[in-house]
Design a binder for this molecule. Sequence first.
Ligand SMILES: *Cc1c(COP(=O)(O)O)cnc(C)c1O
Length: 392
Amino acid sequence: MRFTSFNPPVRTLMGPGPSDVHPRVTSAMARPTIGHLDPAFVSMMDEVKAMLQYAFQTKNELTIPVSAPGSAGMETCFVNLIEAGDKVIVCQNGVFGGRMKENVERAGAIAVMVEDDWGKPVDPDKLEDALKANPDAKIVAFVHAETSTGAQSDAKTLCALARKYDCLSIVDAVTSLGGTELRVDDWGIDAIYSGTQKCLSCTPGLSPVSFSERALEAIKNRKQKVQSWFLDTNLVMGYWGGSSKRAYHHTAPVNSLYALHESLVMLQNEGLENAWQRHADNHLALRAGIEAMGLSFIVDEPYRLPQLNSVTIPEGVDEAAVRSTLLNRFNLEIGAGLGSLAGKVWRIGLMGQSSRAENILLCLGALDVVLSDMGADINSGVALQTAQKLMK
Ligand SMILES: *Cc1c(COP(=O)(O)O)cnc(C)c1O
């Protein structure tokens, strides 16, 4: 067998991630590879750290991209803060809270679960009850933006509760960073992780994380070594840390970091608050079109994520056939339902570069065509005009 170069099709990405990547970011990635200890590279790393502090709205010194996807950022937060036998309160309202539980248990700790229905935000009253019932808990963990359902939880309130009961907080911001309001310092978040391929619209494979002073203090006072050598922040910071000489820990993904640098420059140029507003505005345009078509959203308005829209599937429609037709005929990817929502919803992402007027028009137009062809019970021919009225 003779192999030839792989040339991927050009798609429009409107699923739960990865999102569309701007050509500025992909071309940054193609710049020459240099050494990961080259002084020119080290000064670029410092810029990445500073721009991540801006994106997270934090002054935390330990604010770096972990050299692996969002799941590794999740694991970094858990393994550095948890010691065997600790008690951790995990709020679950979708798939990713379940992964947090796995992380806690694999680190030899005890997970106390606070559960809410899928599609609902985490209920602060239930968290407070659990904190009262478990005065020995050390950590509270929750997902800010549940990508599996499209629900947003009130991170500010949940972190304030964690503090009130003397717990550290671990926050999953994989889908919220760059897409909706997030203020690490103002909200008192102790450990947070994100991903590059959602609202930052960078290529997949890196996970920005940030740890507060309180979290660093807890790490310093550990009795046991961090069980993961690769993710141990004490060791990673030998490479990413301060102004002193950088030591080899692992070979940084040099070109991926060029891409992240470029996407953060673009975020800074747009302005963080403008990016949040763009996500909010584009959600309203998509919503208008979706509702005009006769479809609806499963998450109640106040908790709905603008960047991840869980939309109901019309009666009798083969949802997988719709997605494959969208992909084959229109090069458009939308997401399937996950976990208990599998087969019940489509997940339409408006993340980062995907949160644009032309994507919304393509998605609404293509859905209208495909659903009409299948004889689905929708209001055909009205979605585009309705959405267009809300576009700036
Ligand atoms: C995508 C996602 C993750 C996992 O990120 P990967 O980069 O796929 O490892 C974790 N949490 C949430 C909320 C996500 O949306």
